[in-house]
Design a protein around this ligand. Structure first.
Ligand code: NOJ
Length: 750
């Protein structure tokens, strides 16, 4: 529909009709079995159903078509309903969780995965996905780190922009694509003490320099929606934060799409003690520019009165409605209200071989090898035991793959049976213990078994028996699916006790021990790294779990994943991130450490830092060579946030060069990482910041030169003058295999 026609439609709509475009209903209003993503209970009388603009949680092509038809027939202007759903890392074909996708350091993996998700979801009736989550995460206690691509804003930006490309394609009207929603604006990942929905207190400097960075790239990529966050930011809940939403998001970042609240977030401003009542909350959210109220009655019950009392300008309301109508129009819903929904097409494309192959490839690329002593991997044993609750566990996705049918997931046992069928390799299996401890709180439920002790004794006995019959044990351990995701903060980030007990008993058998950890967050791994011969983080891998992991264990695919979040020694180090400040009293590597910034009982550094991950080979890297030790800066006055792309091509660049050699005996892929440190700034600068990375695949004995171009733009930050700009002075350049590298060179910006 042309813009003028949309305008005419808007002018023809009643006030009630307009308001209802801004109201989103939970799917349960239409269908009891809708995907449950929140606890609201709306529209008991069923009145809103005829006018609400969008619905959350429904999928199923025929069902959606029927709902859409009935809705449009009853709507005074036959405006189509908009169907939204959380498709986060898979609809049917489930890809590794976003934290694992971050560990691939490969935006193409994220883009291709998102394209598959969009295709399956769209055929199943979904038009908007609430993804990607671009929140910067630094605290492993926060369960939602599983939904983020990690602790680095640059990596987050690249990965989430790639997801937007995959979801939206070049035109959201295309039936194979859906509109993407960047969330949760802003700084939701900074929840105090890692407790979900908690307060965030961040200086403007850290907010702009670190926390806002990850949202910029997916927004610049053209994501059609943004979602507000639940948290307060420096005392102001996001859904009522006009400065954040209008000045920063719209004016500075140039976002023109639909801003939707998170579930109930407008209403929650009352609980926060920011709005006196729901009516005040609705007024604040409208002022802040929140277009859609997700699943509360804040807008439906109050906007009419606010307009009639002159407390809300109808123009403001019209702007919001227009944005919703434009989104519907751009999706092509006025011409084809069903978009891609088609039972036949859904059946034809879902879980296709091609999609499963992509998911398998994503799993292989996301696995992070943390230990491999004496070359225990790749596997070379003929007598293997697979032990642990993840041997047969089908729930290998995350809680945010809400439409995943875990019957489709490939377990470790399934993959091993397939791999070694008909070979001379003997494999024995034992579950060893329950997945979680008795009476463990899993959010929706508490796990309880009256026969917990007896069951675990029996499971342990079986595990010890198969341990005796092999020479290599693969322990399959990890968190439960319900232990990461929304509202799953943990103050103890160790494996469940029942699994630790199993590990300790099996370890005593003295066999070669390979440990796999299924997890949605960094964990305190206690003595597993020292006592296992090999240790691999396999995250929440999804549909192709067993296949992808087996490909790497057997050496068919060489491991290349790098940690997207630092793994701590102890939970007490959290929040823990590599791009921290130095402090005025940095702890020296050696010598007297008293009165320096440190713990008495734990290192400062991560146990495994961001960017870390082994391959099956060894690599050497030369010293960093720079093409010049000076960079001359031309003052082009480039400071506007929305124009952060380099708008001054007079600036010089420096080439940073290393030679990297595969010194081992097998071909492998290494990820070279470029970090920069600004040695002195008008506000202090992190000890390192990732500015680039490149993957290099080398045969045994082969070497290659790898170079990075350092631009003036890479040196910019939010300075004391409240601008993004670079400041003259010295910079260190690091190129290495992880964020702890000390392979450095120096140059000066003049
Ligand atoms: C609440 C979550 O915070 C958000 O990420 C999600 O998209 C909505 N619920 C809708 O399910």
């Amino acid at each position: 529909m042309e813009k003028e026609k949309l305008q005419a439609l808007l002018h023809d709509m009643s006030l009630e009709e307009k308001i209802m475009q801004l109201v989103q209903l939970p799917g349960q209003t239409f269908e009891e079995s809708a995907a449950l993503t929140g606890l609201a209970d709306m529209d008991k009388a069923g009145k809103m159903k005829t006018l609400a603009g969008s619905v959350l949680g429904l999928h199923g092509a025929d069902k959606i078509k029927e709902i859409q038809k009935t809705y449009m027939d009853n709507h005074p202007h036959n405006i189509p309903l908009l169907f939204m759903l959380d498709v986060i890392h898979g609809h049917d074909t489930v890809f590794p969780c976003p934290l694992a996708q971050g560990a691939t350091f490969d935006p193409e993996v994220a883009e291709k995965g998102a394209a598959v998700q969009a295709k399956e979801a769209s055929a199943d009736g979904v038009q908007v996905t609430f993804s990607p989550m671009a929140d910067l995460v630094r605290d492993a206690r926060w369960g939602r780190v599983v939904e983020s691509t990690g602790e680095d804003p640059y990596l987050n930006g690249l990965m989430t922009a790639a997801m937007v490309r995959g979801y939206q394609g070049s035109d959201i009207k295309d039936k194979d694509h859906v509109a993407a929603c960047v969330k949760h604006f802003a700084a939701y990942g900074a929840a105090e003490a890692g407790r979900d929905y908690n307060t965030c207190e961040i200086s403007e400097h850290t907010l702009r320099d670190q926390y806002l960075q990850g949202y910029r790239a997916p927004i610049a990529q053209g994501a059609r929606l943004v979602m507000t966050s639940f948290n307060t930011l420096n005392g102001v809940p996001s859904s009522g934060n006009k400065w954040l939403m209008r000045d920063i998001l719209r004016d500075e970042m140039g976002f023109e799409g639909v801003l939707i609240s998170d579930w109930g977030a407008i209403m929650e401003m009352v609980n926060w003690g920011f709005a006196e009542d729901l009516k005040a909350a609705a007024a604040m959210a409208m002022e802040a520019g929140v277009d859609i109220d997700m699943c509360t009655e804040a807008y439906s019950d109050n906007l009419e009165a606010l307009v009639k009392e002159g407390k809300l300008k109808e123009d403001l309301l019209d702007e919001a409605v227009m944005r919703v109508l434009e989104l519907k129009n751009d999706l092509g819903l006025f011409e084809d209200p069903y978009h891609g929904a088609s039972e036949e097409r859904y059946k034809e494309i879902t879980l296709s071989k091609e999609s499963r192959d992509l998911a398998r490839d994503a799993v292989r690329k996301s696995l992070v090898l943390l230990e491999n002593k004496n070359g225990v991997l790749p596997l070379n044993s003929k007598k293997i035991a697979l032990i642990g609750p993840y041997v047969d566990e089908k729930k290998t996705h995350s809680a945010w793959a809400i439409t995943c049918n875990d019957d489709n997931n490939i377990t470790m046992r399934m993959a091993f049976e397939e791999e070694f069928a008909g070979s001379d390799v003997q494999v024995k299996y034992a579950n060893g213990c329950t997945l979680v401890d008795n009476d463990c709180d899993l959010g929706f439920m508490k796990f309880h078994s009256d026969t917990f002790e007896e069951d675990n004794e029996k499971l342990l006995a079986e595990a010890l028996e198969v341990s005796d019959e092999c020479d290599t044990i693969i322990m399959c351990l990890g968190e439960s699916l319900m232990q990461s995701g929304e509202s799953t903060s943990r103050a103890d980030i160790r494996l469940p006790k029942v699994q630790r007990d199993l590990y300790n008993k099996v370890k005593e058998k003295g066999k070669k021990l390979i440990t796999l950890i299924f997890t949605g967050r960094p964990l305190d791994l206690e003595d597993i790294p020292q006592t296992s011969d090999a240790l691999m983080i396999v995250w929440r891998p999804g549909t192709e779990s067993g296949h992808g992991i087996t490909d790497v264990l057997t050496g068919k695919f060489s491991p290349q994943g790098k940690l997207s979040m630092s793994f701590p020694w102890l939970v007490g180090q959290e929040p823990l991130y590599y791009n921290r400040f130095n402090t005025g009293r940095p702890k020296p590597a050696e010598g007297n450490t008293i009165f320096t910034s440190r713990y008495l009982d734990c290192p400062n550094e991560a146990r495994y830092p961001f960017g870390y991950g082994l391959t099956y080979s060894d690599f050497e890297i030369s010293k960093v060579k720079l093409s010049s030790d000076k960079m001359h800066k031309h003052d082009c006055g480039t400071t506007l946030d929305k124009n952060r792309k380099s708008d001054c091509n007079l600036n010089e660049t420096i080439k940073a060069l290393v030679t990297v050699k595969n010194t081992g005996s097998v071909a492998a892929t290494q990820t070279l990482q470029l970090y920069i440190r600004d040695m002195a700034g008008s506000t202090v600068r992190p000890i390192k910041e990732l500015k680039g990375f490149k993957k290099v695949s080398l045969q045994a004995g082969e070497s290659a030169e790898v170079s990075f171009e350092i631009t003036e733009e890479m040196l910019r930050f939010w300075t004391a003058s409240n601008k993004f700009e670079s400041e003259p002075g010295k910079f260190k350049v690091f190129i290495g295999f992880d964020s702890a590298t000390d392979n450095e060179a120096e140059f000066e910006l003049i």
